[in-house]
Design a protein around this ligand. Structure first.
Ligand SMILES: NC(=O)c1ccc[n+]([C@@H]2O[C@H](COP(=O)([O-])OP(=O)(O)OC[C@H]3O[C@@H](n4cnc5c(N)ncnc54)[C@H](OP(=O)(O)O)[C@@H]3O)[C@@H](O)[C@H]2O)c1
Length: 341
C-alpha cells in the first residue's frame, strides 16, 4: 500500500517541502510500532530544521515533523506493552510529516480516552517545553513574576496557560494583533515593536521579574537579562532571531556565546539554556511524567491549546509560510490521514 509524506531535499524557503508518494508502508523493526499518523504539529522548530539551523538533524533528504499523534497499526515482534488500535503521542524530532511512521515503542505515551488527537499533539513539544521551563528549570512558585517572549506563539501561549494554573504573575511580549490572546490567557501584553520591554517591565514591576523565558536569542538576551531582579533566572530556549539575520549560523553561535558570557557576569542572576531533547536524554522519566500530567490536564479540560488552524498534510508549505511570517497565534496542526484528528 502506498502512502504520502513531506520531504526536504535541500535547505531553504517553504517551497523545499515536497509531497512524495512512497510505494510501500514502512515496516517496524522488533522494538518499533507502525503508526497511522493522525496529526503532526507544524512548529517554528521545524522552520529552523528546514533551514538547516538546528543541531543534529539527519542528512538530506528527510521528512521534518517534531511531534505526532497516531494509531498503532502494527507491532514489532518484541513490543508487548502496547496494543493495536491504541492512540499514542511521540516526540519524533524529525519524520512526522507523514501518513505512516515507525517509532520505537519506548518513545510512545498513550493518550486518554475522550481527548481529541489534534489537541493532544499540541502538548508534546510546546506544552512540555513550557511546563519544564516553569517547573523543572526556573522552579517558579505561585505569585512570582515572569516575562514571556513570543507570548502569542506556540510555546508562549502554553507558558501563559500553565502559568495561570500555577498562579504566576505574567508579562508577555507580542505584536499588537496577539494582545487580546495574551490577556485572555492571563498575561499583561507588551508591544515589543513599539516600546522598550525592559523599561516597560521596570515601570510595571519596579525591581523586575523572577524569570524570563527567551526563545528569541542573539542580542535580545542582554535585554532579557536586564529585566531580571537580583537572583532572577534567564532561560534561553531558542534562537528565532537567527532567521531575521543575514548571518544565521553566526547568530546561533552568538546566542550560545552570549549565554556563556552572561553566566560569568558576577551579579547574582542565573542564566541557562533549555532543550527539550537534552533534558529528555538526561531525565527521560521527567519527559514521560510531564507529558502524562499535561494529557491528564487536557482530559480534565484544565488546558485548551490555542490552535490557529488545522491544515491537510499536503499544505505543509502553506503552514511554513505562516510560521515564517510570525502570523500564527498559538499552534498549527497538520492533519495527515483526513479523519480522526
Ligand atoms: N529548546 C527547546 O527545546 C524548544 C522547544 C520548543 C520551541 N523552541 C524554540 O522556541 C522558539 C519559539 O517557538 P514557538 O513554537 O513558540 O514559535 P512561534 O509559535 O513561531 O512563536 C514565536 C512568536 O514570537 C514572536 N516574536 C518574533 N520575534 C520576536 C521578538 N523579537 N520579541 C518577542 N516576540 C517575538 C512572533 O509573534 P509576534 O511577533 O506576532 O508577537 C512569533 O509568532 C523557536 O525558536 C523554537 O525553535 C525550543
Amino acid at each position: 500500500m502506498s502512502y504520502r509524506r513531506i520531504v526536504i531535499t535541500q535547505h531553504g524557503n517553504p517551497d523545499v517541502l515536497q509531497l512524495v508518494e512512497e510505494a510501500e508502508l514502512p515496516f517496524p523493526s522488533p522494538d518499533q510500532v507502525r503508526l497511522r499518523v493522525l496529526a503532526v504539529v507544524a512548529a517554528y522548530t521545524d522552520v529552523l530544521i528546514r533551514e538547516g539551523l538546528y543541531p543534529g538533524i539527519p542528512k538530506l533528504p528527510f521528512s521534518p515533523g517534531y511531534a505526532v499523534v497516531g494509531v498503532i497499526e502494527q507491532l514489532g515482534e518484541q513490543v508487548s506493552d502496547f496494543t493495536l488500535g491504541q492512540r499514542v503521542v511521540a516526540l519524533t524530532v524529525t519524520g512526522g510529516y507523514s501518513q505512516y511512521l515507525c517509532v520505537p515503542a519506548s518513545e510512545l505515551v498513550p493518550i486518554p480516552d475522550g481527548v481529541e488527537a489534534h489537541e493532544a499533539v499540541c502538548l508534546v513539544l510546546q506544552y512540555v517545553t513550557a511546563y519544564q521551563l516553569i517547573h523543572r528549570v526556573a522552579q517558579l512558585k505561585a505569585g512570582q513574576r515572569v516575562l514571556i517572549h513570543g507570548a502569542g506563539g506556540g510555546v508562549g501561549t502554553a507558558l501563559l496557560e500553565i502559568g495561570q494554573i500555577l498562579g504566576l504573575e505574567m508579562y508577555g511580549t507580542a505584536s499588537a494583533a496577539k494582545h487580546d490572546l495574551v490577556r485572555q490567557l492571563g498575561g499583561t501584553p507588551i508591544d515589543y515593536r513599539q516600546e522598550d520591554f525592559v523599561q516597560r517591565i521596570r515601570s510595571l514591576t519596579g525591581a523586575g521579574v523572577a524569570a524570563v523565558f527567551d526563545g528569541i536569542g542573539g542580542g535580545h538576551l542582554r535585554q532579557s537579562y536586564q529585566a531580571l531582579v537580583t537572583g532572577g533566572h534567564l532561560v534561553c530556549y531558542g534562537f528565532s532571531a537567527a532567521m531575521q539575520s543575514q548571518q544565521r549560523q553566526l547568530m546561533v553561535a552568538a546566542t550560545f556565546g552570549l549565554i556563556t558570557a552572561l553566566k560569568l557576569w558576577p551579579d547574582r542572576k542565573r542564566v541557562s539554556f533549555y532543550s527539550i531533547t537534552g533534558l529528555k536524554q538526561t531525565h527521560p522519566d521527567w519527559f514521560q511524567q510531564d507529558l502524562s500530567l499535561l494529557l491528564d490536564w487536557l482530559a480534565a479540560e484544565r488546558i485548551h491549546p490555542v490552535i490557529a488552524q488545522r491544515l491537510p498534510l499536503q499544505e505543509a508549505a502553506t503552514a511554513h509560510h505562516l510560521l515564517d511570517q510570525g502570523a500564527v497565534p498559538g499552534q498549527l496542526v497538520l492533519v495527515c490521514n483526513g479523519e480522526g484528528a
